[in-house]
Design a protein around this ligand. Structure first.
Ligand SMILES: C[S@@+](CC[C@H](N)C(=O)[O-])C[C@H]1O[C@@H](n2cnc3c(N)ncnc32)[C@H](O)[C@@H]1O
Length: 303
């Protein structure tokens, strides 16, 4: 029932987690799970719920252990869309009454931010759907303004709206007579260039450094430190032996913290760098940034 993505260590094709091949439908922020359950009674699809809250995850596992076609992922959703799934593997994404975090300073907490549509576009198949429903006018404006051009806006299916009204928050807002703002988008084009450097499915094997000089390499590596608003890259240590060395980096990106170890083998004026803890590494944008820094010259960057 729970997809333990941290143990898998590479991008997943969600279909691999179900017995039968059917449409893959994701709900982000499923809360009590009402939408997932009710949807599964009407549509014969394979469902995946993503939730950040421990409480909701445990509650769902305890209640619905035996439901065949629902899997859940415990993760922050913006991260999950960017890093956990292979490209073009998802048919529909549902977001039912997301936490609005409407204040400017709360924007960081929101997964519905500028890059959300890039990330959704990456995981969705062509003609894939996004359905979002919110009770917050500010959030609805934000969605209108930030949806990318490769999504076509269409009339939301009535059944999706009805299913949404039947969730904990749907019922709550209905009682308070709040307005609902439903959105329905269809993906029209392939992925944006922006994501092409994150090589889906492929695993990084090695980096070949030519004209290698160990002394200047060490000096350069010590300077690999970077801190910006959503990424922290830090060179931690070098362990040296004869013709060999190990580099340790710390990479903090969004909600994930990784220790990345490279093993270097020096062969005359060349050096081959491999990852030591390959099974644990998630190949995020920050990871490729470390590679770029290590290679300096991208022509020496082999995969
Ligand atoms: C207002 S509730 C809606 C729950 C449910 N969809 C419903 O309609 O009853 C929002 C849910 O989104 C989850 N959530 C908020 N931010 C999240 C994030 N960044 N990643 C994953 N889940 C998130 C919360 O834990 C919460 O369960």
């Amino acid at each position: 029932m729970l997809i333990d993505w941290k143990k898998i260590g590479k991008r997943i094709d969600p279909s691999d987690f179900f017995k039968e091949k059917k449409k893959i439908v994701i709900e982000i922020g499923f809360g009590k799970g009402d939408f997932l359950l009710n949807y599964s009674k009407i549509f014969d699809d394979n469902l995946i719920g993503i939730e950040i809250s421990n409480y909701s995850i445990n509650n769902f596992i305890n209640k619905y252990k035996f439901v065949e076609n629902i899997r859940i992922i415990h993760s922050e959703a913006f991260f999950a869309l960017g890093h956990l799934f292979k490209e073009n593997t998802v048919d529909k994404i549902f977001i039912i009454f997301p936490d609005p975090w409407s204040k400017k300073k709360q924007e960081k907490k929101r997964f519905l931010k500028k890059e959300f549509f890039d990330r959704a576009s990456f995981v969705l198949k062509n003609e894939g759907e996004i359905f979002i429903i919110t009770d917050e006018k500010t959030l609805s404006k934000y969605i209108e303004e930030n949806v990318t051009k490769n999504f076509l806006k269409k009339e939301p299916p009535e059944i999706y709206i009805e299913l949404s009204k039947n969730t904990k928050y749907g019922k709550k807002w209905l009682n308070l007579k709040k307005d609902f703002f439903p959105f329905y988008f269809i993906k029209k084009e392939g992925i944006k260039k922006y994501w092409e450097d994150i090589l889906t499915g492929k695993k990084f094997d090695h980096l070949l450094l030519k004209n290698f000089d160990f002394h200047s390499f060490k000096e350069m590596v010590k300077k690999i430190n970077k801190k910006d608003k959503d990424k922290f890259i830090n060179f931690k240590k070098i362990y040296e032996a004869k013709d060999e060395f190990i580099l340790e980096f710390i990479l903090k990106e969004e909600t994930i913290l990784q220790n990345i170890f490279f093993k270097g083998k020096i062969l005359k004026n060349k050096c081959i760098l491999k990852i030591l803890n390959k099974e644990d590494v998630i190949f995020t944008r920050g990871f490729f940034e470390i590679l770029e820094n290590l290679s300096l010259n991208l022509k020496t960057y082999e995969i």
